[in-house]
Design a protein around this ligand. Structure first.
Ligand code: 5GP
Ligand code: MG
Ligand code: MG
Length: 178
């Protein structure tokens, strides 16, 4: 049985503010935020609003198929990146597990000649071989975020989330109609 960690919205806010405070005490204010799709989008939006950074880019890369099952190689679906030359870049994702995604995205970003690249995730797994420069908390369970709970329930209907019955009804209707 998979054990889950299910942060509430309150904890997400706490994480984003804590990371922002740490960046400021390092005098690090990025020019551009690069969000890793799709889990990094909401953390990146929150961070951009806290720091007042309007410039956002996106990289669509996927290593995972589902809870605890991984593709054996990275899948890059798209790179929505330009104008990073001589810019300070912050790469954001929701969580770093092995660290491969951040590593991989770091290599892609480097090709755009930024002056500095740092990474941030809200959570990191204790076994990660490369910790992000900024993170809020170390968690050793599978995390269900407010923004990916339905993705997780789709794959594992046993996942313990709120409002599951309504979602499963919607899913049933969708499947009947298709
Ligand atoms: P890594 O490449 O560091 O092993 O994995 C990072 C990516 O896998 C993240 O972008 C995230 O989408 C996904 N991931 C890793 N661990 C978790 C987790 O505990 N919960 C969720 N929801 N996604 C995870
Ligand atoms: Mg995800
Ligand atoms: Mg992801």
């Amino acid at each position: 049985m998979v054990e889950y960690y299910i942060p509430k919205w309150e904890e997400i806010e706490e994480g984003i503010l804590t990371i922002s405070e740490r960046m400021l005490s390092d005098d690090f204010v990025p020019d551009v935020i690069v969000a890793i799709l799709t889990g990094g989008v909401i953390p990146a939006k929150l961070m951009s609003d806290v720091l007042g950074i309007k410039s956002m880019r996106y990289i669509d890369v996927k290593f995972y198929k589902g809870v605890n099952s991984r593709e054996n190689k990275p899948i890059v679906r798209a790179v929505y990146v330009d104008n990073l030359e001589n810019k300070k870049v912050l790469v954001i994702d929701d969580v770093s597990d092995t660290g491969e995604t951040l590593d991989f995205v770091g290599n892609i970003i480097a090709m755009f000649n930024p002056s500095l690249v740092r990474t941030a995730t809200i959570f990191v797994k204790p076994w990660s071989r490369k910790y992000p420069d900024y993170y809020y908390k170390v968690v050793d369970k599978w995390i269900i975020f407010p923004w990916d709970k339905w993705e997780i329930v789709r794959e594992n209907t046993e996942a313990p989330v709120d409002k599951k019955e309504r979602f499963l009804e919607i899913l049933k209707k969708l499947r009947k109609n298709s």
